[in-house]
Design a protein around this ligand. Structure first.
Ligand SMILES: [Zn+2]
Length: 453
């Protein structure tokens, strides 16, 4: 018998059982962040050829640091933190290679070396990583996580054995074959400790055997994602605010760059702005993926089609808009992120060409008579609808095997820096003219490919 193993991830919130337990956990996460920072510092100095640091990145004496931290963390956790930092550096070097490779267009921003956990003003970012055999998870009515801690920490808090934490909520994948390295961190946005546990499950454990619906996504900058499902659901994620802020930061970076002295290519301030810009986008993108995938899962979707942004970009967009939107979207990163999140739910993501779908009239099929103005697509045959939602619907009909059910009222979401929240009334389809639109991202020359919306 062949058993297919699939990688999945359980993410859940955990709670210490006492104040002492919480303090111990904080010390453990803080020491892990401190170790990460020390290793990273040793490597960064060598990467920058700083005086007094011998050799290259890989010559940093991590053995000494491991020895210094193993009392607090336990040997295996100290090793994992160092290993994870090594992986981050290897990832950075790979990206850098791709960035400098002219035949490779997937990396458009110069990558940054791995960063530090936290900063001087706000303190360290509490986070650790635990080897697969150094923790146990028990799923039951009172689910719990037990993690290994170093002897020095145990002595400090007069604690014996592993540290027990209570798990809240149910896992997506309660039954699995093996577990991987656990990530454990403190989420400051809602003051909660969280963990993510990678697992492998055998194919027959998929808990959505009946899911066979399909969804299609249209990607853009004004509307980040317009989605239509074969069950008749439509979702629209508004990106105007985010795109606007992304462009403001980009302008500020350009202004600062123009003031640099000759021979200088960057500054601390510029690098900080780049990081801020990337972090804000990544946060919103990650939250969007999760919000959308959870909805699709509830709708019984098992396949998502996503349009390849590039084929549209090359033929229809001005170079300028093209580059800006491309940067903002980091499209490849988005598809990867979406695929990873979807995989947790047993949903597969397929990239397909969506050329012309955004100009096609769903009523008469014309592609050259339609006109797009801001968020509205109109056709001489009398059709008038929301351009991006229509595009995702057309795209869906082209790829779905099953019939697409009549559309319910679309649901709109807005980003508030933490969550994508549903707008109380969702007028996306009924009154597109009322919507604010950033005029600089809209073409007025009639037909327009999707993505720029
Ligand atoms: Zn028409």
């Amino acid at each position: 018998m062949i058993v297919w193993l699939m990688k999945r991830t359980n993410t859940f919130a955990v709670r210490p059982l006492s104040d002492t337990g919480e303090q111990l956990l904080r010390d453990l996460l803080d020491a892990s962040a401190a170790l990460w920072n020390e290793v990273n510092y040793q490597r960064l100095m060598r990467y920058n050829d700083a005086d007094g640091f011998e050799g290259d990145v890989w010559d940093a004496d991590t053995g000494r640091l491991e020895g210094q931290y193993k009392g607090m963390l336990g040997t295996s956790t100290a090793q994992q933190v160092i290993r994870k930092n090594s992986e981050a550096w290897r990832g950075f070097f790979r990206l850098k290679e791709q960035y400098h490779d002219d035949s490779n267009t997937s990396v458009t921003e110069h990558p940054e070396p791995p960063g530090f956990r936290g900063n001087e003003e706000e303190g360290r970012q509490l986070k650790t990583v635990i080897r697969n055999d150094a923790y146990t998870v028990e799923w039951s009515k009172r689910s719990r996580l037990e993690i290994l801690v170093g002897s020095e920490l145990k002595d400090r808090y007069d604690h014996t054995g592993r540290l027990r934490l209570e798990i809240s909520g149910d896992p997506n994948w309660p039954e699995y074959e093996t577990q991987g390295r656990l990530d454990l961190w403190y989420d400051e946005t809602d003051s909660t400790f969280r963990a993510s546990q990678p697992v492998t499950v055998s194919d027959d454990a998929r808990d959505t055997p009946l899911a066979d619906e399909t969804a299609a996504l249209d990607i853009g900058a004004n509307n980040l994602v317009a989605c239509t499902t074969t069950t008749g659901q439509q979702y629209l994620y508004d990106g105007r605010e985010l795109f606007q802020r992304f462009r403001e930061t980009t302008r500020e970076i350009a202004r600062l760059q123009s003031k640099l002295e000759d021979g200088q290519y960057s500054s601390k301030r510029i690098r900080r702005l780049y990081r801020k810009r990337t972090r804000r986008r990544d946060h919103a993108q990650e939250a969007l993926c999760r919000d959308l995938v959870e909805r699709l899962y509830e709708d019984g979707v098992d396949t998502v089609y996503i349009g390849g942004l590039t084929d549209v970009l090359e033929t229809h967009w001005s170079v300028d808009t093209n580059a800006k939107t491309h940067n903002f979207w980091a499209f490849k990163q988005f598809t990867e992120r979406l695929s990873c999140t979807a995989e947790e739910y047993g949903i597969s993501v397929e990239v397909r060409s969506e050329a012309w779908t955004s100009q096609e009239c769903p009523q008469c099929g014309s592609t050259d008579r339609t006109t797009r103005h801001q968020d509205t697509l109109t056709c001489p045959c009398g059709f008038d609808g929301h351009a991006d939602l229509t595009a995702s619907e057309t795209f869906l009909k082209r790829h779905a095997d099953q019939t697409v059910r009549p559309m319910a009222r679309p649901v709109r979401f807005e980003w508030d820096d933490h969550n994508w929240s549903e707008l109380p009334c969702s007028p996306a389809r009924d009154s597109p003219k009322e919507q604010r639109t950033d005029p600089s991202t809209v073409h007025h020359d009639g037909n327009l490919a999707s993505g720029d919306s």
